[in-house]
Design a protein around this ligand. Sequence first.
Ligand code: SF4
Ligand code: SF4
Length: 374
Amino acid sequence: MKYSNFSQFGREVSKLGFGLMRLPKKYEDKEEIDRDEAFRLVDLAMKSGVNYYDTAYFYHGGDSEQFVKEALSRYPRESFMLATKLPGTYMRDNNLHTDELFNGQLEKCGVDYFDFYLLHAVNRDIMKTFEADKSYEYLSDQKKAGKIRHLGFSYHGDYEFFVELIDKYKWDFVQLQINYYDWDAQNAKAYYKALEERGIPCIVMEPVRGGALHSLNDEARKVFEELGDNSPASYALRYVAQLPNVLTVLSGMSTYEQVEDNLKTFDDLQPLNEDEAKAVEKANILFRSNFAIPCTDCKYCVEACPAGVDIPACFKAYNEYNKTRDTADFTKAYSIIPEEKRADLCINCKACESRCPQQIKIPDKLRRVKELLE
Ligand code: SF4
Ligand code: SF4
């Protein structure tokens, strides 16, 4: 395992971080984690030197923090670093406060302190909730009291506000969505550079864009196949891991094979050589032309939907269709969505839109899904 060595963290951090938001599930249509299988994944990662574990209040409908307690309490506390996040939308919608959520999270995760604690999915709007509740001030006090080692935030908003935010408060780190698709498409490079200029280390989320840069489309996948037998995901991970200001790269691993594949990449981590960098560029162009709806399957929108639409599953079906333009591919992916979770149930209330970190116009895109059914 390769490690980062930023002096301010006082210890080495594995370059591969385990994102605990896409763990194996017990039932396809429920969020409950399959404990036995997920333990196997965590045990393999621990044994192989992964020491950074990232959860959040919402992951797996709240089951991820509970799982953390069961999985990681089997290991000495100092052998792993744990990150979790304060859910701003949930605070706002349920009129809750930072102290009650934070203390509940310590208890749920079964720890006395968090190594990394983040304000979750910050943008202009959510920051108003955090500022009204003086979340930063409360969490800074918890840091002084030793209950948080490092304080930061994850971000999904506009660039101007981002710069305002990193200059307004003192942050130990910031978590950003960076991958080779978003580097230009969502101008991730500008956000990364703003952190680098200020000496604020960056944690990378969505390096494989919810798996999309692994599954790709046929033409893009062929570009990597010509280079050898490394997985498309390995190139996406190396693309971000080679950035010098990156502390760790979070991968939301779902299967034992994915953990093995990611470990292979990070055990002998190398920057992309010239041919590989060119291949990434070419694959990105081929992929971009086929990537219709940039959903990362984060599921933040799902809780907000009064109609119970499985929005990411509908978008996944649409993206499958868009790769080949063959409606059979759409029908195959769409037929596994239960009828009570399908796009035609959308009532266009727009409650989901403000939840989407990718700023997808969800009801409009669901309309496109519905059109395919007609
Ligand atoms: S706009 Fe449609 S998908 Fe979005 S929350 Fe409302 S009903 Fe659900
Ligand atoms: S539509 Fe947006 S919020 Fe919903 S799963 Fe996709 S990226 Fe996440």
